[in-house]
Design a protein around this ligand. Structure first.
Ligand code: PMP
Length: 284
């Protein structure tokens, strides 16, 4: 059984309980981060911590996170659960006001903070070797996708739609342009140029996105940050996605159309290699 963290205590997972009045449960009033563990160490920790504080600030939580405390909790959970490869999930909600009310509770209401580990192979996966089949669906999420909130029902529905249609995942479309994947950022490669949507409120500012684009520049690859259409994606030489737990993963099919050769492409492969190398060196 896992040991999890809840509001200051390390507990067996079946003893970690949260109130039915918790704002996370009633209003999806919470934010989260997922940090990947490789060789028992944390990948991209600083980026996740900074984005977490930004998400809290954008939603007026008035809660300041303590980097050292959070690093300590992450490391303790890795150690207590003997994680070599996997993820640490962290969620902070606006706490338990003791009733249901749309208005925020008083500022001194303590937040609820939960962390737990998920063991999962992240290096040398079959997805990395074979690539993903993607479908496209309308992006029906709210207008602040740059905030990493726990309201994930639409991405979850889109993922189910993909599974029902024999695919692995979905890319989301706004006015004919791809915003991002259900839980990753989306890229195409055309004539050696990497194209990915520019940062705005339309997409999550991926921690992996930033690191992978830094790697691309190190490799002197050309990067263009702009929206791309589905049509462009169909005709691309290569496509891939990035996320903390997937690093870069190839996309080999979109809406039943083969992308490039139908095999993982060289640009995505190179970026994955360098990303892993750099981030393993910097892991905490
Ligand atoms: N976009 C969305 C909608 C996501 O849920 C995720 C995964 N959290 C990402 C992009 C990738 O972000 P990151 O690289 O920080 O995991």
């Amino acid at each position: 059984m896992r040991t999890v963290y809840l509001n200051g205590a390390y507990l067996p997972e079946n003893e970690a309980n949260i109130s039915i009045f918790d704002r996370g449960f009633l209003f999806a009033d919470g934010v989260y981060e997922v940090t990947t563990v490789v060789d028992g160490k944390l990948i991209g920790f600083e980026g996740h911590i900074q984005r977490l504080q930004r998400s809290l600030d954008e939603l007026s939580f008035g809660h300041k996170i303590d980097r050292e405390e959070l690093l300590g909790i992450h490391r303790e959970l890795v150690s207590l659960n003997g994680i070599d490869q996997g993820m640490i999930y962290l969620q902070i909600t606006r706490g338990n006001p003791g009733d249901r009310d749309f208005a925020f509770p008083p500022a001194d209401t303590p937040v609820t903070m939960v962390l737990f580990t998920q063991e999962k192979q992240v290096v040398g996966t079959s997805v990395e070797a074979n690539g993903l089949k993607i479908i496209s669906v309308e992006d029906l999420r709210w207008g602040r996708r740059d905030i990493k909130t726990v309201q994930l029902l639409y991405p979850s529905l889109a993922k189910m739609e993909a599974k029902a249609r024999g695919a692995d995942d979905a890319w989301l479309l706004q006015d004919g342009f791809v915003t991002e994947g259900t839980s990753n950022n989306a890229y195409i490669v055309n004539g050696g140029k990497i194209i990915t949507r520019d940062l705005s409120k339309d997409i999550l500012h991926g921690i992996t996105r930033k690191s992978v684009l830094d790697c691309a520049r190190l490799l002197q690859m050309e990067v263009e940050e702009r929206p791309f259409t589905l049509k462009e994606a169909y005709g691309a030489d290569e496509a891939f996605v990035t996320s903390a737990s997937g690093f870069t993963n190839p996309v080999v099919e979109i809406d039943g159309k083969t992308i490039g050769t139908g095999k993982p492409g060289p640009v995505g492969d190179k970026l994955r290699q360098l990303y892993l190398e750099e981030n393993r060196k910097a892991a905490l």
